[in-house]
Design a protein around this ligand. Structure first.
Ligand code: SAH
Length: 456
């Protein structure tokens, strides 16, 4: 180990910054919301105000300082400040001068009660920042809430569990279980209840299920929250729309359960999926229900959330990039565009699951983009109904198959050739139909394939 990272309690301490310029501002930002008292001496060229003092510090100004950051180009000011700071018993950091410093500043992730530092001894600050970003991506923004929750319950836990080992076991379970998930989501009251229940019965609560949107297929389109849920999961219940590239990002020893539906196949019925999620959650597992795109856009996420809540299982919904957004972006089609499209509708033509048919008349309105889900086998009906409803036969259309994935195909044509495009192009599921004035933007993009080429 070449450097040692110590953590310095900031409560009731004094931190002094000497200097003006970017580095001084950065240090001021770092400490402005902290528990320390901050004094910032910015030199005589600066007016007092905005937290700054318009002169250089005297020795008396540094009395009682714990940390002193020096970021000034004036060598004499710097040297006097170093000397005075050390005489006052402070630790000194001279920005960009590791040789003059008593300590270096690590790359920090500041979650108030939880702070993560990455240090390279000052030799590779950019590397330290990259490592920090990688760690930051998997730490929930709400981590501090968990620390605060724990702080608030600390005495209760000591009173209830006087035995040190029992206490440690309790905190381990609490920090890995549903209470943690609820706390980082900001659901403090529920989280507290879960922790107290755990404390009282010394066993897992009733569990929590994350309904997570996996996005359209490209794993880079996972949200940070989705990625974290995948990396924390004990059990992942997934379906056909979630490709291997996404599952590869899951925790290595997570148990994967496939409940996919594929037309013609016998799929796992919805109520069995809900029962499975409830049973896994009740065993205290961290359960992720992973769905293609967004769970609340044609994902039946609402039904699952309802069933889980009815069973007393908490639900956390993590949104995902829905197919319309992913496909539009990767095909180069703006879903709205000044002068061409003032609205976009996510719709399915399928009446099998929905029970009611869409309002074709309304959907046929001009200057309106339709993103049609599950529409491949209904392309002829979509074409006929929209034209009958008054949409121009020459309206551009695009069919995006396997959007955002390496095997993506984009076919473009006119509304009156939509069915032909799908048939001749032998379009396979999953594919999204886009109808509207902007759909022909896709033909300008490299991936675009026209109906003639598709038919050839
Ligand atoms: N919850 C999902 C939609 C599920 S319905 C979401 O928000 O995206 C399934 C339909 O979504 C498919 O029939 C297809 O129309 C569309 N779809 C999902 N992923 C797709 C992809 N990668 N490319 C094209 N269409 C996709």
């Amino acid at each position: 180990m070449r450097v040692f990272l110590a953590s310095i309690p900031l409560q009731d301490t004094s931190v002094v910054i000497v200097g003006e310029g970017d580095a001084a501002h950065a240090k001021a930002r770092l400490f402005s919301g902290s528990a320390a008292r901050l004094s910032w001496f910015a030199g005589p060229d600066v007016d007092d105000g905005e937290g700054r003092i318009g002169r250089w510090p005297e020795a008396a100004d540094l009395a009682g300082a714990r940390l002193v950051f020096i970021a000034t180009g004036h060598a004499d000011v710097r040297d006097r400040a170093i000397e005075a700071a050390r005489a006052a018993g402070a630790q000194v950091n001279v920005v960009d001068q590791p040789g003059l410093s008593d300590f270096h500043t690590p790359a920090l992730i500041d979650r108030d009660g939880v702070v993560v530092g990455v240090a390279t001894g000052g030799v590779a600050p950019v590397l330290a920042r990259d490592v920090r970003s990688a760690i930051e991506a998997v730490l929930p923004a709400g981590l501090d809430r968990l620390a605060r929750l724990a702080e608030g319950l600390r005495q209760t836990v000591i009173d209830t569990l006087p035995d040190f080992t029992a206490r440690r076991r309790f905190w381990e379970t609490a920090f890995r279980g549903p209470a943690r998930d609820l706390a980082v989501e900001g659901r403090d009251a529920e989280a507290r209840r879960q922790m107290l229940r755990l404390l009282n019965v010394s066993q897992a609560g009733e569990g929590v299920v994350h309904l997570v949107g996996a996005g359209p297929g490209d794993p880079e389109l996972l949200t940070l929250k989705a990625l974290r849920a995948l990396q924390d999961a004990d059990v992942i219940v997934h379906d056909r729309l979630v490709p291997k590239a996404v599952l590869d990002r899951a925790r290595r020893d997570a148990r994967l359960i496939y409940v996919g539906k594929s037309r013609g196949d016998h799929s796992v019925p919805q109520d069995e999926i809900a029962d499975l999620l409830i049973a896994e959650a009740r065993q205290g597992h961290r359960v992720v229900r992973l769905k293609g795109g967004d769970p609340f856009v044609f994902g039946r996420g609402g039904e699952e959330a309802e069933a889980l809540r009815a069973a007393g299982v908490s639900v956390v919904v993590v949104p995902g990039i829905t197919a319309a957004l992913g496909c539009a972006a990767s095909a180069g089609i703006p879903l709205t565009h000044r002068g061409q499209s003032q609205a976009v509708t996510f719709v399915t033509a399928t009446t099998r699951d929905e029970g009611v048919s869409p309002d074709w008349q309304a959907l046929a309105a001009p200057n309106h983009t339709l993103a049609i889900y599950m529409g491949v086998s209904d392309a002829a009906e979509v074409q006929g109904r929209l034209i009958a409803g008054g949409r121009s036969a020459s309206t551009p259309v695009a069919v995006v198959e396997n959007g955002t994935r390496p095997e993506q195909r984009v076919l473009t044509g006119r509304l009156d050739e939509l069915a032909e495009l799908v048939r001749e192009g032998e379009v396979q599921s999953p594919a999204l139909l886009i109808v509207g004035e902007t759909a022909d933007w896709a033909s300008a993009s490299a991936a675009g394939v026209s109906v003639q080429e598709a038919a050839a």
